[in-house]
Design a protein around this ligand. Structure first.
Ligand code: URP
Ligand code: ZN
Ligand code: ZN
Length: 456
C-alpha cells in the first residue's frame, strides 16, 4: 500500500484554514476533502495544522567565502531544513570570477547530488558579467534556473550598475528575475577602512560601518535600474525601514518589485553587537541587524501583504571560523544559521502575537516562494496534483530554541533560549516521511527541482 490518508487535520493555505483530510498516493497528493476514505495507511492528525512543505528560497550551503567554507553543506543544511519543516531550498549556485555559469551550476549539482534530505533548486549568483555569460543565459533556463542574484557589494561578487542593467535587460527576454543584495559598497568600504585605521576593530563596528541609509540608497538605485530595464526584481534580505519606503515608492511608480526579509531582521536588533566577541560575532551578517523601528516596519510590511517571502539567508559558520575576525571585524565571515528555526519563529512571534495570520504565514513560507520561483502548483500548496510535501504542525505546547536541538553544524543558534509555541511534528517529502518527533527518519532523498518562470 503506497497510500497515506491524513485524517482529521486542518489544511492551511494562503487563503485560510479549513478542516480537510489529505490523501497521498506515491509522491503526490491525490485528494483533499471532508471525510475521505481509501484503502490507505490512516494517520490521525486531529488537532494539527497541515501546511504545504515550507520553502526556503535563500540558503547558502557549501559556499566558499571569506577564505573558508560554510559550516553546513547540503547534508547537514538540508537535515536542518527538514527538521524545521522545509521541504525545498533554493540555494545560490555562485559563479566565481573567471568561471562560466555552466561550471558554477555543475559545481552546485555536485555539492547537492545524493546528499540532500530536502528537495533543492538553484538561483544563479552572477559575479562576472561578460559577453560569453550573456550567451549562456538560455542554457540556464533550459536547466531550470530562472532566477538570478547580483551583489552591489563584496569585492569578489560586486557588479556595477551598468552590468546589473545589462543583465536585467537581457533576462527580460527570457522571463527571468533578479534578486539583489542592496548595500552601497563605496561608502561602506571607506567607513570600514577608517574604522580599522582608528583602531575600531570590534564586532560592534560592523553595523556602525553599514548604516541603514547605505541599504536604502542601494535599494533606490537597484529599483531605478529595474525601472530603466523595465524588468521585475526582488530585494533580498531587506533589513531597514528606509529600504522598505524605497520599495513602496518604486511600486507607486510602477516598478514590479518583490520583497524578501528574514527572521533575524524581524526579531533581533543591533544591541547584540555590544556583547563580547564570542557572542557579537555570531550575529555578524550583511546587512547587519538593525533597530526596533526597522523591525516594526518589516512586520508592518508582512501584515499589510507588502512583503512577499520570508527566507533565512542561512549561511553558517562555526565559532572557530568566526574567530578569524578577532582583532579585525572585517575578517569575520558574514552569516548565520536559520533554516531550521524560521517557521517556529514566524508562528510564535507572528501568528501567536497577532502580527500575521496563519494564512499569511503559509503565503510567506510556502505559496509565495513557490510562485515567485516558478514551482507552483507542484510545490507550495496542498491540493490534488501537488507534490506530497507536507508539514504536520502541532499548534499547542511551549518550547525553547537551543543549539542542542538544532541540526546545523555551526554549533549555535542566534535564537538560543528564545521561547516558542507549537512544533513541527512530522514532515513528508514527496509522500515519504522524512522527519518525525525530533528525528530525521529518511536521509538524502531530496531531488533537484527544475523551475519555471516566476508567477506571483
Ligand atoms: O551575511 C550574509 N548575509 N551572508 C550571506 C551572503 C549574502 O549576502 O546573502
Ligand atoms: Zn546577500
Ligand atoms: Zn544570502
Amino acid at each position: 500500500m503506497d497510500k497515506i490518508l491524513l485524517k482529521g487535520g486542518s489544511v492551511v493555505s494562503a487563503r485560510g484554514v479549513r478542516k480537510a483530510d489529505v490523501l497521498i498516493s506515491g509522491e503526490k497528493i491525490v485528494a483533499v476533502g471532508r471525510r475521505l476514505t481509501a484503502d490507505a495507511q490512516v494517520v490521525d492528525v486531529s488537532g494539527k495544522l497541515i501546511f504545504p512543505g515550507f520553502i526556503d528560497a535563500h540558503t547558502h550551503f557549501d559556499l566558499e567565502v571569506s577564505d573558508t567554507v560554510t559550516a553546513d553543506d547540503f547534508e547537514s543544511g538540508s537535515q536542518s531544513a527538514v527538521a524545521g519543516g522545509v521541504t525545498t531550498v533554493v540555494d545560490f549556485a555562485t559563479q566565481n570570477k573567471g568561471e562560466t555559469l555552466s561550471e558554477a551550476l555543475n559545481n552546485w549539482h555536485m555539492k547537492a547530488f545524493g546528499k540532500s534530505s530536502c528537495d533543492y533548486a538553484f538561483h544563479m549568483a552572477i559575479s562576472d558579467w561578460r559577453e560569453d555569460i550573456k550567451n549562456e543565459l538560455p542554457a540556464m533556463f533550459e536547466q531550470g534556473v530562472t532566477s538570478f542574484k547580483v551583489y552591489m557589494i563584496y569585492d569578489a561578487m560586486e557588479l556595477s550598475d551598468r552590468e546589473i542593467y545589462e543583465l536585467m535587460t537581457e533576462l527580460r527576454k527570457y522571463g527571468g528575475i533578479v534578486g539583489c543584495h542592496c548595500e552601497n559598497s563605496g561608502i561602506i568600504g571607506k567607513l570600514r577602512e577608517e574604522a580599522l585605521e582608528s583602531g575600531e576593530a570590534d564586532p560592534k563596528y560592523h553595523p556602525l560601518t553599514r548604516p541603514a541609509y547605505t541599504e536604502a540608497e542601494a535599494v533606490n538605485r537597484f529599483l531605478t535600474i529595474a525601472k530603466a530595464a523595465d524588468a521585475p526584481c526582488i530585494v533580498v534580505h531587506l533589513s531597514t525601514r528606509g529600504g522598505y519606503e524605497e520599495i513602496l515608492r518604486a511600486r507607486d511608480e510602477g516598478v514590479q518589485v518583490y520583497l524578501e526579509t528574514c527572521p533575524q531582521y524581524l526579531l533581533l536588533d543591533d544591541r547584540v553587537y555590544d556583547s563580547p566577541f564570542d557572542v557579537a560575532s555570531k550575529y555578524i551578517c550583511s546587512p547587519p541587524l538593525r533597530k526596533q523601528e526597522d523591525k516594526k516596519a518589516l512586520w508592518d510590511a508582512l501584515k499589510t501583504n507588502n512583503a512577499d517571502t520570508v527566507s533565512t539567508d542561512h549561511c553558517s559558520f562555526t565559532m572557530a571560523q568566526k574567530r578569524a575576525g578577532e582583532g579585525d571585524f572585517t575578517k569575520i565571515p558574514n552569516g548565520m544559521p536559520g533554516v531550521e528555526t524560521r517557521a517556529i519563529l514566524l508562528y510564535s512571534y507572528g501568528v501567536k502575537k497577532h502580527r500575521i495570520s496563519i494564512a499569511q504565514m503559509c503565503a510567506y513560507l510556502s505559496e509565495n516562494p513557490a510562485r515567485l520561483y516558478g514551482m507552483y502548483p507542484r510545490k507550495g500548496v496542498i491540493k490534488a496534483g501537488a507534490d506530497a510535501d507536507i508539514v504536520i504542525f502541532e499548534p499547542k505546547g511551549h518550547g525553547k530554541i537551543t543549539a542542542g536541538s538544532c541540526h546545523s553544524k555551526c554549533g549555535y543558534t542566534p535564537f538560543e533560549g528564545v521561547k516558542t509555541v507549537g512544533s513541527v511534528e512530522q514532515v513528508y517529502l514527496r509522500g515519504n516521511l522524512v522527519y518525525s518527533d525530533g528525528e530525521i527518519v529518511l536521509k538524502n532523498s531530496g531531488t533537484y527541482i527544475t523551475r519555471d518562470h516566476y508567477d506571483l
